[in-house]
Write a protein that binds this ligand. Structure first.
Ligand SMILES: [Zn+2]
Length: 155
């Protein structure tokens, strides 16, 4: 089992940029929604995105769960992580809860999708040798690949 972490630096920049423009989206969130309702809607969105990306990235033979978790369950300044077991081909992706996100609704969902794709790229690399030294360069490569995939999907 290996834990990889998605640093939050990219998102903090976005937070400052988008914080003023809070808006509801087609995913049913409104200002009246309670935190558990927002997490439920976000979890449904993420589950759909997971299915889409698992299919696209040819990871359908993996059983992957996604959980929304509070900030104190993640490494400091991170937005998600993944634990996997290559023998059983099971994995769990943790994504920061809506309660602890500093972004408005739509940018937050986009960011959550990025986390899912990011962690799935780690999963694609699961069979590669890995060391403390390689983790940082892997993180950079994973971000570049995830960004490219999401740009392609947006066309
Ligand atoms: Zn990572």
């Amino acid at each position: 089992m290996f834990v990889s972490i998605r640093p939050a630096a990219r998102s903090s920049a976005l937070a400052a940029l988008f914080f003023a423009s809070i808006a509801a989206s087609t995913f049913g969130w409104s200002h009246d929604s309670t935190p558990p309702e927002r997490d439920a809607v976000a979890a449904k969105f993420i589950a759909q995105k997971l299915q889409f990306w698992q299919d696209r990235m040819n990871l359908k033979d993996w059983k992957i769960d996604v959980q929304l978790v509070r900030a104190d369950q993640l490494e400091p300044k991170t937005l998600g992580n993944i634990h996997w077991d290559t023998d059983s081909k099971t994995a769990t992706i943790a994504v920061l809860s809506t309660e602890d996100y500093k972004l408005p609704w739509k940018p937050m969902l986009d960011d959550m999708e990025f986390t899912v794709v990011h962690e799935l790229v780690h999963l694609e690399l699961a069979s590669l040798p890995r060391s403390e030294a390689s983790r940082r360069v892997e993180e950079h490569a994973v971000n570049e690949i995830a960004t490219a995939l999401l740009k392609l999907a947006a066309h």
